[in-house]
Design a protein around this ligand. Sequence first.
Ligand SMILES: [Zn+2]
Length: 128
Amino acid sequence: MKIAYGKLIKESLKARSSSYSPYSKFKVGAAVLTSGGRIFTGANIECASYSITICAERVAAAKAVSEKHRKFSAIAISSSGREFAYPCGACLQFLYEFCDDMTVFLVKSEKIFEEYKLSQLLPKQFHL
Ligand SMILES: [Zn+2]
């Protein structure tokens, strides 16, 4: 594991503390690593109108993209749940927009995580 990935995993765990999840109490943190080596973090943001809730992965990605970092190499995702929190389909498609393929870490702790490629989690992407 590259050193940057260890930091990425730590940042995803820290990002959970920024979660705004008053309804589900399910806290998710995400940290995106750009191809330039920058890390952007995000947390899930819930809303009383549930359907417009935003996942941590898309918050982190949007922060990076809005600062013109538009190529990702990895993301780490952690949650307050007992199981690994797999990204939802919307987030997988959104992440694909900004990578050829990227490494996805599902994190329980600094030492307990799973590693995938985005193409494993979303083998058939939508293309125009
Ligand atoms: Zn999602």
